[in-house]
Ligand binder design. Structure first.
Ligand code: MLC
Ligand code: AMP
Length: 500
């Protein structure tokens, strides 16, 4: 039996004896010290245990970014339970799927969303509210709880979190991440990116994904640094924080939107220490514009939900625009051909990785896990890439049919299944086309049944109710037939060429 709680031990070590140091400053300027932050997390843990949450139970959270929401994350870990964050933009039907698949014991949700979820949350033990200003029934329970005496012991192989990632079949898969996965990645990134207790990170990303939670929050905590919390990304507000920050993490859209701000100058950005980008490919053009405007070279890294971070450009050393850098210490990366042969530098193939950051598998989907995980521990990422002579990886495409819009992944199959079910639709194909702001946006080609009068507006309307906003179809094109190859497979590249 583990004597300690592996992840909490790692995340909390740098806070010891620094209780008065600032940890989080929210949009209203309220500062929470490290001491107050952890005390709140201790109380959240006790409140969850008092509600009957036991080791291994899932605690689902659908809440806006706030200090209290971060305390729920850590409190859940301290209770020995599994953190299950959900995108606050999910539709009721989407949330219903996650609740039925992960069967959490408790759901903590934004009061604005809770009412509509009554039906889909009916099977849960408890549904509690938490708003971004620290109110709600869960917040009340936290205030009344005595701090937990000690975190429930958990070892490195115990599950810390479920993060849902969309699937090629249209059904999302719960990636199970262990305490060991998250500890190894947080420490590796802290050391690689030289994060210390003097760092102040601007945090304007959602906290229901790897980037905003396990990269931004875990790295800051493990280093003992501080966060400037933004409710959501607003370019002017982020820029206004540069003088009191050291670092920023963003998806490429964050950087292109900042570049559109006339106030972004070398003088404003100069004192910052580090700009990190990831979650989607950054154009070399954006790298070069950022260098010219600010004098800084963006540090691009690459990762995914199942693996957290895999590669990173160096902090000291050459950051090569267009590449995602070198494998993190302890992580192995290789590129393979269709038969699994390892390819030489410069050859394009499937990117595979192996390391302490690789997840434990998909919840309740052993067959899906086996599809992507080789018996010797190598994981097929589904990305296509090449490694250069110096070991830098470049992502050149994806073998999986996914659209990445503003750093959010969208699986076309999920949209096609919905649209195909609309009366009058014979078949559909969803695909991504380039978008100057979001990188890619979703477009749909539809073939109607003979005699059908269903309109593009009706198709957009029928699908929008069931999907989170970020997955919405931006344009519908009616066609007589979808372009197919001789195997009968829809040619999405051809559709992109026609409508891109
Ligand atoms: C918002 N919208 C999007 C969208 N974000 N549509 C498509 N793709 C997106 N990413 C919708 C809104 O609902 C709105 O719809 C309209 O687009 C315009 O909204 P906006 O106000 O301009 O967008 P904004 O809210 O500013 O969001 C843009 C963004 C955000 C880029 C800041 O999408 C974001 O925070 N992305 C980060 C995602 C992320 O953290 N990914 C990491 C995954 S982890 P309407 O119709 O209402 O006007 C991972 C692993 C790794 O990938 O390596 O990190
Ligand atoms: P997700 O499944 O949401 O975690 O998204 C992971 C995917 O995002 C990866 O498989 C890549 O396709 C993509 N990705 C992440 N970082 C980068 C990057 N720096 N460059 C290109 N693609 C990236």
């Amino acid at each position: 039996m583990a004597a300690d709680n592996h992840l909490i031990h790692a995340l909390r070590a740098a806070s010891k004896a620094r209780g008065d140091a600032p940890f989080a400053t929210d949009a209203g300027g309220t500062v929470t010290t490290l001491g107050a932050f952890w005390e709140g997390a201790d109380r959240a843990a006790a409140a969850l245990v008092a509600m009957g949450v036991a080791p291994g139970d899932r605690v689902a959270v659908l809440a806006e970014k706030s200090v209290a929401a971060l305390q729920v994350y850590l409190g859940t870990l301290m209770a020995g339970a599994v953190h299950l964050p959900l995108n606050t933009g999910y539709s009721v039907a989407e949330v219903g799927y996650f609740l039925s698949d992960a069967t959490p014991r408790v759901l903590i949700c934004d009061p604005a969303r809770c009412g509509a979820l009554t039906g889909v949350a009916a099977g849960l033990d408890r549904v509690l509210t938490l708003d971004a200003d620290g109110g709600g029934s869960f917040a009340d329970a936290v205030r009344q709880a005595e701090p937990i005496a000690a975190a429930v012991p958990r070892g490195s192989d115990d599950i810390a979190a479920f993060l849902y990632t969309s699937g090629t079949t249209g059904r999302s898969k719960g990636a199970m991440l262990t305490h060991g996965n998250l500890v190894s990645n947080a420490r590796a990134l802290r050391d690689l990116w030289a994060f210390t207790e003097h760092d102040v990170l601007i945090h304007a990303l959602p906290i229901f994904h790897t980037h905003g939670l396990f990269v931004a929050v875990n790295v800051t905590l493990v280093a003992g640094g501080a966060l400037l919390l933004h409710r959501q990304f607003d370019a002017a507000a982020v820029l206004a924080d540069f003088p009191r920050a050291t670092s920023l993490m963003g998806v490429p859209t964050v950087y292109t939107r900042l570049l559109a701000e006339p106030a972004l100058t070398r003088a404003v950005a100069g004192p910052m220490r580090l700009f990190v980008s990831g979650s989607a490919p950054m154009l070399t053009d954006t790298h070069l514009k950022w260098q010219a405007r600010t004098g800084h070279t963006i540090l691009e890294r690459y990762g995914m939900t199942e693996t957290t971070m895999i590669t990173s450009n160096p902090y000291d050393g050459v950051r090569k625009p267009g590449t995602v850098g070198l494998p993190l210490p302890g992580v192995e990366v290789r590129v393979t051909g269709p038969e699994g042969a390892i390819l030489s530098p410069g050859q394009v193939g499937g990117v595979e990785m192996r390391g302490p950051n690789l997840f434990a598998g998909y919840w309740n989907m052993p067959e899906k896990t086996a599809e992507d995980m080789r018996p010797d521990g190598w994981f097929r990422t589904g990305d296509l890439g090449e490694i250069d002579a110096e070991g830098y990886l470049t992502i050149v495409g994806r073998s999986k049919d996914v659209v990445i819009s503003g750093g959010f992944n969208i699986y076309p199959r999920e949209i096609e299944l919905l649209v195909d079910a609309i009366d009058g639709v014979a078949e559909s194909a969803a695909f991504g086309v380039p978008d100057p702001d979001l990188g890619e946006r979703v477009v749909l080609a539809v073939v109607r049944e003979a005699g059908s009068t269903v309109t593009t507006a009706q198709i957009m309307e029928a699908s929008s109710a069931a999907l989170a906003r970020y997955k919405q179809i931006r344009a519908v094109h009616l066609m007589d037939a979808l372009p197919r190859n001789t195997m009968g497979k829809v040619q999405k590249a051809e559709l992109r060429r026609m409508f891109g």
